[in-house]
Design a protein. Structure first.
Length: 295
């Protein structure tokens, strides 16, 4: 049977099978539409997306994304992760990465054990946090003195929103800059993009913060999702982030959504987890980041 196993490039007609492999973890949410979108993504090299086929059936999937000297690997396919990681590590070295990182969710005990055996160490955790809004509209935000909010205008605000995000996240753990084209693929071209759910805070003519919200999380159409919340360093600890967050809760509630989620670094240097708890969010699930040095 080993001779019939092939690790080949991802094709559009693999999308249903690959989505099902990823959803083997109940915390991983994706679908065929999302998988197909990866084939045209500015940040993804099509040569870095592979499907493991055995006896004519897709039994595994793996991809890597290399940013600067770090490769990020995402294997899916229970019982086949070893061969997927073997390819990913070799590919990462070929592309000049000095280390490789993988993520496990709370239920992925076997994958976590495999990573440890292969020399990976757990280095960081993140949370998916969520709030139930209820039927009554959430309280309106209290804006700090001098701060005003407006809705994003597309496409004239693209450059501003991109620059705000990049500046705000420079302090984040594992920050890696993205190009404007990559940002467009991650945000503007993401499913559910609606400029009326994106908000910019400013003090007069000076931009202060940005929030990008979506009317769904991929695979969870009843969960409003905040993909980006960032405040420039000068304007932090003044209530700008909380006001933007509460403003987004109101906008998403008005769309009929009663749950809102976001992802956050568990050790965020800006104290983001405390902010989210303060507005009523709680941890739904934890994910761990693992790293291995390659050279």
């Amino acid at each position: 049977m080993e001779s019939s196993r092939e690790l080949r490039h991802l094709r559009a007609d693999d999308a249903e099978d690959v989505a099902a492999l990823i959803r083997q973890s109940p915390h991983r949410r994706t679908d065929a539409e999302e998988v197909r979108s990866w084939l045209g993504h500015a940040a993804i090299d099509p040569d870095d997306l592979r499907v493991l086929v055995q006896v004519g059936r897709a039994v595994g999937y793996v991809d890597i994304v290399v940013r600067e000297d770090v490769a990020y690997v995402d294997p899916a396919g229970r019982g086949r992760e070893d061969v997927l990681l073997e390819w990913a590590e070799a590919r990462a070295l070929e592309k000049g990465a000095s280390s490789i990182r993988a993520t496990t969710w709370e239920d992925q005990h076997e994958l976590a054990s495999l990573l440890a055996r292969r020399g990976y160490a757990r280095i960081r955790s993140s949370f998916l946090m969520e709030i139930a809004l209820g039927e009554e509209p959430p309280a309106a935000p209290s804006w700090p003195p001098g701060i005003a909010v407006r809705t994003y205008r597309h496409p004239e605000d693209e450059q501003l929103a991109y620059e705000l995000q990049e500046e705000a996240f420079q302090d984040a753990w594992d920050y890696r800059p993205v190009t404007l084209d990559e940002w467009r693929d991650y945000q503007v071209k993401a499913r559910g993009f609606d400029p009326s759910l994106w908000f910019l805070a400013s003090a007069g003519d000076e931009p202060a913060g940005v929030l990008l919200a979506f009317p769904e999380r991929v695979g969870e159409p009843d969960l409003g999702f905040i993909s980006i919340l960032g405040v420039r360093r000068l304007w932090r600890r003044r209530g700008v982030a909380e006001a933007l967050l509460r403003h987004a809760f109101g906008a998403l509630h008005a769309r009929g959504l009663r749950r809102v989620g976001l992802g956050v670094d568990a050790e965020s240097p800006t104290g983001a987890t405390r902010l989210y708890e303060r507005v009523g969010m709680s941890v739904r699930v934890r994910a761990d980041t693992w790293e291995k040095r390659l050279n």
